[in-house]
Design a protein around this ligand. Structure first.
Ligand code: SIN
Length: 480
């Protein structure tokens, strides 16, 4: 069975992977109807796969980098050739608008292409010896079998961002996708097989028992690396469990991104940056602007322009033409967003537009702008994960920097100003892993993505992404 170019083939794929006795139900976030029922892997199943992958590791690592690269490129080509069907699958199980889902397919493929190229650049180094008669050098070697736990908000790209570098470096990888979105992961796996990447090297294990599988990953001595994208509380639990086997870890955790608008900002790009950063995937990304900090001189103008723009956003089912805001992933997610808005309003915030559930259905939330938000409110200190722009006024640059940094999180931060010296000051002062200076869309496969403080450990993408799957072995060779 291969994906083709129309929706009928998505249906074929769903029929093929569906298991009438499967314990994992996949629901459409737009209306909570059943999309498919798939097999759930148990802890024993997963342990068996890990053992097989560990056996396969020596042969995968001993393939030349070029040979691994060729397979990754073939996989990239197949993902791109099946863009439309993959995008429809993403929209079905994750709800995001089709246009965004198409963007995600391209983003996902780009990681495979990038790491297919980087596979050939795992350079070691020659170290000038301090004594004669010795040669000192380093080898870069794959860490071993790796495991990934991935989220529902980018059901393709958060997998390829991990599997791309793992396979490129010579590490087999086993992936537990989010319970809500296993279908995109299974489609990726299907295409990987067509590209000649066997299940001994890349395996997807959907499950209804995420804690059990997480335990197996963390405590297995055969898994030498765990990469997780998800919440900070879960990341902390996984870190503790990984300590038992002193495993390498990458953690891409929660954020609380400030989006600072100074009086001297160019308002047009600031508004477009705000829309791109805040409303992508209905506000369900870790790097979404979470706190708008707006200087008092531009505040009213910014709010009025933002509200005009937000009112134009089209809300609806992801597959409908022109829709820009899809549903929240599920009712619990929508309830959380609603609670944050109600709490802010009860504590003095003002609803400029939106403010509640949308008529499209229970899991849809109106694109919302709130003003008068203060640092003591829960919404200021929580990852909203919904289409709500929460605005706080500030007076001075020092105050903005202080507020921006006053959080345990440090993933992404954004600011808009036309003052060149201020740009330089902010680039240095913001305690974040990623900064958008007059830029609301920072994600790309060619740059290192990741956070500081409680937003995580390690980097994904860029040259640095490959490092996460490589050990450095130092060799001192005497007698030369
Ligand atoms: C995320 O939300 O975790 C990823 C967002 C991105 O890659 O831009």
């Amino acid at each position: 069975m291969a994906f083709g170019s129309d929706l009928v083939e998505v249906d074929d794929f769903l029929r093929e992977i569906s298991d009438p006795d499967g314990a994992l139900e996949v629901l459409n976030p737009a209306d909570a109807t059943l999309v498919a029922r798939v097999r759930s892997f148990s802890a024993d199943d997963v342990a068996r796969h890990i053992a097989t992958m560990n056996d396969a590791w020596p042969s995968w690592r001993s393939e030349s980098a070029k040979a691994r690269s060729i397979r990754l490129k073939a996989w990239n080509d197949l993902i791109l050739a099946n863009s439309e069907n993959l995008a429809r699958l993403v929209t079905l199980e994750c709800g995001k608008p089709l246009a965004e889902a198409r963007g995600e397919v391209a983003y996902a493929a780009a990681f495979i292409e990038w790491f297919a190229e980087e596979a050939k650049r795992a350079y070691g180094e020659v170290i000038p010896a301090p004594v004669s008669g010795k040669n000192l050098f380093t080898l870069r070697q794959p860490v071993g079998v790796a495991a990934a736990i991935t989220p529902w908000n980018f059901p393709l790209a958060m997998i390829t961002r991990k599997v791309g570098p793992a396979l490129a470096a010579g590490c087999p990888m086993i992936v537990k996708p989010a319970e809500a979105t296993p279908l995109s992961a299974l489609a990726l796996e299907h295409l990987a097989r067509e590209a000649g990447i066997s299940e001994r090297v890349f395996k997807v294990v959907p499950t209804v028992a995420p804690v059990d599988i997480g335990d197996v990953f963390c405590r297995s001595t055969e898994i030498r690396k765990l990469s997780f994208t998800g919440s900070t509380p879960v990341g902390k639990i996984l870190l503790e469990k990984c300590a038992s086997t002193v495993k390498r870890v990458s953690m891409e955790l929660g954020g609380n991104a400030p989006f600072i608008v100074f009086d001297d900002a160019d308002i047009g790009p600031a508004i477009e940056g705000a829309i791109a950063s805040k409303f992508r995937n209905a506000g369900q990304t870790c790097v979404c602007a979470n706190r708008f900090l707006v200087q008092d001189g531009i505040h009213d103008q910014f709010v009025s322009a933002l509200v005009d723009r937000v009112r134009q956003l089209k809300v609806g089912r992801g597959e409908e033409e022109g829709v820009q805001i899809g549903p929240i992933i599920n009712e619990a997610g929508a309830q959380k967003v609603e609670n944050l808005v109600v709490d802010a309003v009860n504590n003095g915030a003002h609803v400029e537009c939106g403010g509640g559930r949308h008529s499209a259905g229970m899991s849809f939330f109106e694109p919302t702008v709130l003003t008068g938000v203060t640092p003591d409110m829960t919404i200021f200190n929580s990852e909203i994960f919904g289409p709500v722009a929460s605005i706080t006024k500030f007076a001075t640059e020092a105050e903005a920097i202080r507020m921006a940094n006053a959080t345990p999180y440090g993933l992404a931060a954004y600011f808009f100003t036309e003052d060149r010296k201020r740009i330089s000051r902010l680039n240095h002062a913001l305690e974040y892993g990623m900064v958008g200076a007059n830029d609301g869309m920072i994600s790309t496969e060619v740059a290192p993505f990741g956070g500081v403080k409680e937003s995580g450990l390690g980097r994904e993408g860029g040259r640095q992404g490959l490092e996460e799957y490589l050990e450095t072995k130092y060799v001192s060779a005497s007698g030369y």
